[in-house]
Design a protein around this ligand. Sequence first.
Ligand SMILES: [Zn+2]
Length: 426
Amino acid sequence: MASTLDDRELWDPTAQAVPRDELHRIAEAGLRAEWKRVWDIPILFYRDRFDAAGFGPDEMPPLDEIPRTTKDDLRRNEAELPPFGSHRSVGIDQAARIGVTTGTTGKPWMIFYSRADIDRMIEMQFQHTWRTELREGDRFAHSWPGGLYPSAVLGGRHLLQLGILEIPCGPPFSEAQAAEHVALWNLLGIDALMTTASQLQIYDRAATSIGLDLAEILDGCVLVFVEASCQFEGPRRRVEEAYGVRIHNLSGAAEIPGFVTSDCRYHTGLHAPGGNYRVQVCDPLTGREVADGQRGSLVMSIWGMDAFYLRYDLEDIVVASSGDCPCGQTGPRYTLIGRGADQATVAGKMILPLDVQLALDPLGGPEFVLSAGAHDTLRLRVETEGAGDEYRDAVSHALGVAVEVEPIAPGTLPRSTFKPRRIVAS
Ligand SMILES: [Zn+2]
């Protein structure tokens, strides 16, 4: 039986339901302290950058005027000053743990975590884990990479402390391995699974191949899911009904320590931990915050942690959520639309793979890729037995651009064992 304490909506209401204006004041004070650290430590990369923009240690300019930094800027800094650059506030000597991103773009990237930041990250994981309805005694399987992968850095300590049984399977690199995972879940009985959409497809096939039904194994489970389309009601309900699960969407940014976002049972956008992170949605060109409801680049500033990120542009395209969430958590929320690098421009319009995916979803969600770059016509390859006219018409109608569909045989497009990439060079 769940106790009253187990029924509470937020893990820590005193930290998560801070009134907006108070949260704003906390953020302002926190960010001013970060600003001073640039000169106090000093963090030479940022000091030189802010000095060059005409700013000094005594007064922090309005956030929108602070130059943004991208991962490419940090990579250049490391190329000039190998091996770790001059941008880090936590160096190898202060590191209690390290993580390395596999990255969907570019080369591997190293992250150093201080001991104090690890403790703060565990607290953020408590908030997120609670939000996704995992409770003491639950059996929680997941298909995340281990080893050096950043999400492995906590070593499951937060789950141990919450009394949740972790079943860390790792990604299903082959169908045989996927079948082993499914058989294990069937044997143990699980309450929650964290996986990506492409992994779920692999598991579904693997289960069938050994005479099991994945929907039966997952029935009643929480599915902590990495699949941007499931932030939207139609696709989410389709997956929830197919497997008998309750979905909580998951996102984050591996290179920013502790930055984990997930939606609550009200699905009003991904909740970011408000106590240490200021989230801005900015025009990718000017760096200024866009109007409510507009798409923009996710720009992060964090305070109160040893790691330093001020106006860090993740180059993810997001839309901020407005209004209060019934769960009571204040702080930023947003919907993730895709990677800025993954956009195609069609007749002057920015189009991301998710736009196409959502348009195709009511037609059964066939696998597809779109051509990157700027074109007059949106070029798609779609897996279909037919000519693909219905897909062409649906996408054209939804996005308001001309569409060309090249039909290809089902099963032709590469399947990812972690996250799919649905855009190719034209
Ligand atoms: Zn909520």
